[in-house]
Write a protein that binds this ligand. Structure first.
Ligand code: CP
Length: 298
């Protein structure tokens, strides 16, 4: 594994290896083999969880961490992307961790490069967020043992969600039953995976996992009737306990309290897994950086 761009391109065995490594890092039985390598954090879109956990993961592995600030870089003086990456490689960067609004940013960058540089996709546009899906899967495995045959239902703004797409890609490889609850305007025109769509929260009935998504207002083109969405799709403890009393409640974050979820549910016992997801993100990202930067891989 030289790059991590999209879950679709990973073999099941590679995903299993990442999960195994993450577990070893979490339990402290694994030491880093990539100390001294250098990661460059290139975040063109805002982030809290992904950015901080990649930085902490790199530090725990003994890697150097450099922050690239687009606005103060020579990209803003007209330097091309190809020249930027070739210079980063020449300076000594091993892995670039990228968050961008542009779908397919890494693929288009890789085509142009003179010398190899590893990339990790930390979320591109509405396409993919592979490390989020990996940490979600890690958390599901911790809690459920397996996702095979389990009903996983994702609620909300599926069309703009790179998290939903990466989760569908991963969970379909491991035999989960994929469901989604979304109004028509958040349902993608086509889907690559066998997802059963529902237009009401009754769709979560009997789910083993219920995953909420934030409405991505920054990507909406038309007017959005927030109150109508809240009336039909906001999850609270009563609805969750009624339809899916045993489900894991998950959310990739950031949460918009009072929109997709009530504060009382988020702050309840059932909401606690959401912070466990964020915690697990560090170990999963350690595993990804270890696999990409390991000498076995060069
Ligand atoms: N889940 C997630 O990607 O959160 P951030 O945008 O805060 O990184």
């Amino acid at each position: 594994m030289k790059n991590l761009i999209d879950i679709k391109r990973l073999e099941k065995s590679e995903i299993e290896r990442i999960i195994e490594l993450a577990q070893e890092f979490k339990t402290g039985v694994r030491q880093s083999s990539v100390a001294g390598k250098t990661a460059c954090m290139m975040f063109f879109e805002n982030s809290t969880r992904t950015k901080i956990s990649f930085e902490l993961a790199s530090q725990r592995l003994g890697m150097n961490v450099i922050h690239f600030d687009g606005a103060s870089s020579s990209l803003s003086k007209g330097e091309s992307r190809k020249d930027t990456f070739d210079n980063l490689k020449a300076i000594g960067i091993d892995t670039v961790i990228v968050r961008t609004r542009e779908d397919g940013f890494i693929d288009s960058s890789l085509k142009e490069l003179a010398s190899p540089l590893s990339f990790v996709n930390a979320g591109d546009g509405v396409t993919a967020h592979p490390t989020q899906a990996l940490l979600d899967y890690f958390t599901m495995k911790e809690k459920l043992g397996t996702v095979a045959g389990k009903k996983v239902c994702i609620i909300g703004d599926i069309v703009h969600s790179r998290v939903a797409k990466s989760n569908f890609a991963l969970l379909s490889k491991f035999g989960a039953r994929l469901h989604a609850v979304a109004p028509a305007y958040f349902k993608p025109a086509k889907t690559d995976f066998p997802v059963s769509y529902h237009d009401s929260l009754e769709g979560i009935k009997g789910a083993d996992v219920v995953m909420l998504l934030r409405v991505q207002k920054e990507r909406l083109e038309g007017a959005f009737d927030a109150q109508n969405y809240i009336d039909k799709y906001q999850l609270n403890s009563e609805i969750l306990n009624n339809y899916a009393p045993n489900a894991l409640l998950m959310h990739p974050g950031p949460v918009n309290r009072g929109v997709e979820i009530t504060s009382e549910l988020l702050d309840s016992e059932r909401g606690k897994i959401i912070l466990e997801q964020a915690h697990n993100g560090v170990f999963v990202r350690m595993a990804v950086l270890e696999m990409i930067n390991s000498e076995e891989n060069s």
